[in-house]
Design a protein around this ligand. Structure first.
Ligand code: FES
Ligand SMILES: [Fe+2]
Length: 331
């Protein structure tokens, strides 16, 4: 998980961060037809071919039809308009109206790199130098929630996830209790490669998880995983089952995001539907606040907003974005 490099332009001329992987769909949603997705303002056609997944810019190089309207054939993706067929790497393999024609390089569709991780399809516009965020040693049971579409920038969503001071106001009765502010003097200790991290901060939670029946003190560990992703590991006192939540955000456009959560939990009995409902209820409380924030892009200039001691992780994230050259979704 190296820091993302500076913004580059994709072949369409759209500025996108290089070396950043973002999720675009649940792998379970890829079936017999291609799926239309959008990342960094670029429309993509995504499809599955056995265990491999592919992503092409969603515009046929012939006459500009959407490739996501096409169909999956044995050799690749066939455009719905005149049947030109493209391999996963974008090579044009066949032009039905001219069967003996060997399509040259110039007939290529524009490819983004794609892979599967955490039950999600990930894409990267500028090559596989990095990889989707890894989650390390966490409980094996995984529950995917989302996507939630939110009208704000991806960095605003990540910052909200890293924010411990909103619990008593936005999530009273579950993640926070009125009059129980979390400590503000927690240290932020970067990982070896410089990503912001909190090793432990103790928070009182009336109902920390879907299965909780009473309040607990819960140790929180936060780690920024990448430009648009972060991890929270929760360990309640007295050895109650802990769990972790990875936040993965797709910058659909600079101020529109799609959000997935992957819960890794030691709770082996609570039904998946109950775990998801809890996650939906919590995020439904965050969403109106997130969509109210102005500007929608996250300000990296410290003088643009006011701060308090509890914001030190959020500010460390902003500083890291600044140092890493991430500009998409910021101002
Ligand atoms: S527009 Fe795709 S084959 Fe003609
Ligand atoms: Fe929240």
């Amino acid at each position: 998980m190296t820091a993302p490099a500076a913004t580059v332009r994709d072949p369409e001329g759209t500025p996108v961060p290089s070396g950043v992987w973002v999720p675009v769909a649940a792998v379970a949603d890829l079936a017999v037809a291609p799926v239309a997705a959008r990342a960094f303002g670029v429309d993509l056609a995504v499809w599955r071919d056995g265990n491999a997944v592919h992503a092409l810019v969603d515009r046929c190089p012939h006459r500009g039809a959407r490739l996501s309207l096409g169909r999956i054939v044995a050799s690749g993706l066939q455009c719905a308009y005149h049947g030109w067929t493209f391999a996963g790497d974008g090579r044009c393999l066949r032009v039905p109206a001219q069967p003996d024609f060997q399509p040259p390089e110039a007939h290529r569709a524009r490819r983004w790199h794609a892979c599967v991780e955490h039950e999600l399809v990930w894409v990267s516009p500028a090559g596989p130098a990095a990889a989707p965020p890894a989650l390390g040693d966490l409980p094996a049971r995984r529950v995917l929630s989302g996507p939630f579409t939110v009208t704000t920038s991806a960095p605003r969503v990540v910052e909200n996830f890293l924010d411990i001071a909103h619990f008593e106001f936005v999530h009273p009765g579950t993640l926070g209790e009125v009059g129980q502010p979390p400590p503000a003097d927690y240290p932020v200790v970067p990982t070896a490669d410089g990503r912001p991290c909190i090793a432990s901060v103790r928070v009182w939670q009336p109902r920390a998880t879907a299965a909780a029946t009473c309040g607990h003190w819960v140790d929180y560990r936060y780690e920024v995983l990448g430009a648009y992703s972060a991890l929270l590991v929760k360990q309640p006192e007295h050895g109650a089952p802990g769990d972790a939540y990875a936040l993965f955000v797709l910058p659909v456009e600079e101020t529109v995001s799609r959000v997935w959560f992957v819960q890794a939990t030691a709770d082996t009995t609570t039904p998946e539907s109950t775990l998801r409902e809890f996650q939906h209820a919590v995020f439904a409380q965050d969403q109106p606040v997130l969509e109210s924030q102005q500007p929608r892009r996250l300000p990296l200039d410290r003088s643009a907003e006011r701060h308090c001691a509890a914001d030190r992780l959020a500010n460390a994230y902003r500083d890291w974005l600044q140092r890493s050259g991430v500009r998409y979704g910021t101002c």
